[in-house]
Design a protein around this ligand. Structure first.
Ligand SMILES: [Fe+2]
Length: 336
């Protein structure tokens, strides 16, 4: 059953709407804007009926708080109002309200309006999911196309994404980066991670497929893939700013070869100056690179790879990410 939150500082009005919705929805009641926001933080309602004129925080102020909270900003809100002038109506629509219902409220109209907006909301979620799935599939396909140039690295793109997700989940569980890593942030990092090596499109086959060790000039050319990838993703994100994961993809591309001690490239960033997404990807990338054959060397055993990553704790890698790795390394070994 869909959850509806009704917010009104008039108790008799609240009781009347509660009675009208009973049996059709799970109804929560709030007598103030402050109380409404507390309820939203505990249990995200599917739709909010929000009175405009309330003592304390009014409907517009509640609306503003909701719109600035990413977890709540998509909840459809219908304003409840007495007689409304056109100026207030425009202000309400600009604030993000979906609709208005004028008091006194007639039950059938209330139910029909709620159903209409719940349906719109559901279509919107489905559409956004479809668009993001297409976008993700295209990003992975493009990354794999680049990866295919070096047949020894097949599967690297998808494996490293899974490693990043597993490491990120453990870091969330550990509470290692409060305020810096959230469920939503991790989702964007995971979506952006397949594009970390996209700049390799600009590296020549002669260098990318060289079976031996790269000389200084070749290594310098190879290192450019980080900055090039970041630049490509910057332009792509500028054209599609609503695709927020591209912002994370750009950060990961730019920073996945930085080292915690400042000895990495391209910018020589140190410690927490390296974006967290890049610090997580650094562990995932090295774990996968060492665990699989390359044109210039054979794969290492899981134990040997773990030893190298632990040796890099605090120098190459963020120690907190390595701590997460120590917990999940057996899980990573099972990922194909
Ligand atoms: Fe790379």
């Amino acid at each position: 059953m869909k959850q509806i939150l009704v917010v009104d500082d008039n108790l008799s009005s609240l009781k009347q709407i509660d009675a009208q919705l009973a049996g059709n929805y799970e109804v929560s009641l709030a007598k103030s804007g402050e109380s409404a926001l507390q309820i939203c933080a505990r249990q995200r309602p599917d739709l909010i009926l929000l009175d405009i004129e309330m003592s304390g925080m009014n409907g517009f102020e509640v609306m503003d708080k909701l719109r600035h909270n990413p977890a709540l900003s998509r909840i459809p809100v219908i304003f409840l109002t007495g007689n409304i002038d056109s100026e207030t109506e425009v202000k309400g629509l600009k604030s993000g309200a979906r609709d208005f219902i004028t008091k006194p409220i007639e039950k059938n109209i209330l139910i029909h309006r709620i159903e209409l907006h719940l349906r719109f909301s559901s279509y919107q979620v489905q559409l956004e999911y479809t668009v993001s799935s297409i976008s993700d599939s295209m990003a992975v396909a493009f990354a794999e196309l680049i990866e295919c140039r070096d047949e020894n690295t097949g599967g690297h793109v998808t494996r490293t994404s899974k490693y990043v997700e597993r490491l990120g989940r453990e870091l969330l569980k550990m509470g290692a980066f409060p305020g810096e890593l959230s469920e939503e942030g991790l989702e964007l990092i995971v979506r952006g991670s397949p594009l970390h090596d996209i700049g390799k499109i600009a590296v020549s086959d002669r260098i990318l497929l060289k079976p031996g060790k790269l000389d200084d000039a070749e290594f310098a050319a190879m290192k450019k893939h980080a900055a090039m990838g970041a630049e490509m993703l910057f332009h792509l994100h500028a054209r599609t700013p609503n695709q927020r994961y591209l912002q994370y993809a750009r950060m990961i591309a730019a920073s996945h070869h930085e080292k915690f001690n400042g000895q990495g490239y391209p910018a020589g960033l140190k410690g927490d100056d390296i974006p967290l997404s890049g610090r997580i990807m650094a562990v995932a990338d090295v774990y996968d690179a060492l665990s699989n054959d390359r044109v210039y060397r054979s794969r290492m055993s899981h134990d040997e790879v773990c030893r190298i990553i632990l040796e890099g704790k605090g120098s190459h890698f963020d120690p907190r990410v390595v701590e997460a790795f120590e917990v999940v390394h057996n899980d990573l070994e099972q990922i194909t």
